[in-house]
Design a protein around this ligand. Structure first.
Ligand SMILES: Nc1nc2c(ncn2[C@@H]2O[C@H](COP(=O)(O)OP(=O)(O)OP(=O)(O)O)[C@@H](O)[C@H]2O)c(=O)[nH]1
Length: 231
């Protein structure tokens, strides 16, 4: 919301109270920014993420525009810490954050979920475009080495994607759980990959009844790749 500049009720050119008020206002704004920011990476933190995801899901319910959610986890990150130390591990987290940020639009919300896990909220984004964003981030991370003191470390990350179209039941926590489930599948099936719910499974989780499902699959056919969790 735009802030109105306070002015001195006595119309004095230099007013101590107004100067202090403006200073306090700036401090409040900086503090509320800090409350929502991860200090290491500068990305939004977990607290912001959960609020923002709830809000976007609510927007989807109202407008019908889908919300995409991508969960990202760096692969074998413990090895980076063990081999190179915690400070280099921190550098890797900062690099991964900047690459994730570079892969998304301004309106998207890349967040640090915790540890070496990140989350990206994609407002008004469908399945296909969410996959494209996840793939872009995956490729960028896999092709950008962390350089320090003449060394180079290659990083990779695994991605789980979920789409909320307004028909699925559940709250933000459940959407995170679904995306995390696909992230787990990406890890299990070799890492450095993107997994998403097959279209068929998404429909199974929705309120669509059997007759509606039969009609839908009757129309589009049961393509074999729909049963695969990677697209
Ligand atoms: N440097 C650094 N390391 C962190 C931070 N947060 C979490 N970690 C480390 O991240 C590592 C996560 O290890 P694991 O959960 O075993 O996962 P992984 O080694 O990435 O293996 P996979 O996820 O199965 O590919 C642990 O060693 C944590 O100590 C942090 O803020 N800085």
């Amino acid at each position: 919301m735009p802030q109105i500049s306070p002015s001195c009720p006595l119309q004095e050119a230099s007013c101590d109270i107004i100067t202090e008020l403006v200073g306090l206002r700036e401090q409040v704004s900086e503090l509320s920014e800090l409350v929502h920011t991860d200090t290491l990476t500068g990305l939004s933190n977990f607290r912001y993420f959960m609020q923002a995801l709830e809000q976007e899901m609510e927007r989807t319910r109202r407008t019908g525009h889908a919300t995409g959610l991508i969960m990202v986890d760096l692969d074998y990150f413990k090895k980076v810490n063990d081999e190179w130390g915690h400070d280099v591990g921190n550098k890797a987290l900062i690099l991964a954050s900047s690459l994730i940020k570079a892969s998304v639009r301004k309106m998207d919300a890349p967040c640090r979920y915790g540890g070496e896990e990140f989350a990206i909220i994609l407002p008004s984004t469908d399945r296909q475009h969410s996959i494209l964003v996840a793939e872009r981030a995956r490729e960028l991370i896999a092709s950008t080495p962390l350089e320090f003191d003449g060394n180079e470390i290659m990083l990779t990350a695994s991605f789980g994607v979920d789409i909320f179209t307004g028909v699925e039941r559940g709250c933000a926590e459940e959407m995170v759980k679904r995306a995390d489930g696909y992230l787990y599948k990406a890890k299990e099936s070799g890492r450095n990959r993107v997994c998403i719910a097959p279209v068929e499974e998404k429909i199974d989780n929705s309120s669509v009844n059997q007759d509606e499902k039969d009609a839908l699959f009757g129309l589009f056919g049961r393509a074999s790749n729909l049963s695969d969790s990677s697209y």
